[in-house]
Design a protein. Structure first.
Length: 312
């Protein structure tokens, strides 16, 4: 538990930035989210308009917990970014910011210390410190949704690599002839098993009339209703994820692997299939001992993760 000078529990502001919205909340030092707020994100407007959206979300979150003073602000954002300098580099979904010193600008406006990190890294830290990975020293976290991100936490610290760009696991390529990924490569796990990839595959396989737009949630609903095409599409996603995790085990051999994001709970229902496939794609004979777990924070991972960045 993070404590202040007199032993009182500290509180932090967690800010989660996406391409269309900014979510924020006041979070206790033990990981409890005390307030939540959300505002639209001006991602295609000016850099100043993007910062204004962040500040508006912070103000609304603080209004939801008016009697809680905060010791710092954490911001989770899509990458690429430089967490060491607090600079957003060039995220495809945030064209308003290019080489933008977000941490410094937010700190000046809020008059509080601000830390910035990749959204997957931040969520991984929250799960390692407060969530499904808190009993483990080597935690691999995967967020599954519109994209696929990953983070690695070792002994309570995010592994950043030399420049802060380490563990971009969603862009590990499994098929060099595969579909194009938004990153410019081909056959990345993001292009094969993200929500949009699942929807594209299901569009060819579903037996019932297709909802528009077809989403991962709609595919899940069709599967639960017994549609064999939806089951086949999900089985293929599980197989790609199992192949991916087999490679992750061979490279990192974490103590636990945690799934979060909008599709995390759905794919947790496919853990037996994922584990079976993973075993065929690793040379590690003890890979089956590594637990696969659903994340604790779910849709709140960005807020909790951002706040966790403020922990000592």
């Amino acid at each position: 538990m993070a404590q202040g000078k007199r032993g009182a529990e500290q509180h932090f502001l967690g800010v989660d930035i996406g391409g269309t919205k900014v979510a924020a909340g006041v979070v206790s030092g033990s990981g409890k989210i005390l307030s939540r707020a959300q505002v639209p994100m001006s991602s295609r407007d000016s850099a100043a308009a993007g910062l204004a959206a962040v500040l508006a979300a912070v103000e609304a979150a603080r209004a939801g917990a008016p009697n809680r003073s905060v010791a710092g602000v954490g911001i989770s954002s899509p990458g690429p970014l430089d967490p060491k300098r607090g600079v957003v580099l060039n995220p495809p979904n945030l064209p308003c910011w290019r080489n933008y010193p977000l941490a410094a600008r937010a700190a000046k406006a809020l008059k509080l210390p601000v830390k910035l990190d990749n959204d997957a890294n931040a969520a991984a830290l929250a799960e390692a410190r407060w969530g499904a990975g808190k009993k483990y020293s080597a935690v691999f976290y995967a967020t599954l949704g519109t994209g696929i991100g990953a983070g690695l936490v070792l002994d309570g610290r995010i592994y950043h690599g030399r420049t802060g760009a380490a563990v971009e696991g969603g862009h590990l390529s499994l098929d060099y002839r595969g579909p194009s990924c938004g990153c410019g490569k081909r056959g990345c796990i993001e292009a094969l098993a993200s929500g949009p990839a699942l929807a594209r595959r299901a569009r060819r396989l579903l037996h019932k009339p297709l909802p528009q737009p077809l989403t991962g949630e709609a595919v899940a609903a069709a599967w639960r209703a017994g549609d064999p095409g939806a089951e086949q599409a999900l089985r293929q996603s599980a197989d790609w994820l199992g192949m991916w995790l087999g490679n992750i085990v061979d490279l990192l051999e974490p103590e636990v692997m945690i799934f979060g994001g909008g599709m995390g709970a759905l794919m947790a229902e496919w853990f037996p299939r994922i584990r079976e496939t993973m075993a065929a794609w690793t040379i590690n004979s003890r890979a089956g001992e590594i637990p696969l777990k659903a994340a604790r924070y779910g849709a709140d991972a960005g807020i909790a993760g951002a706040a966790a960045l403020c922990l000592p």
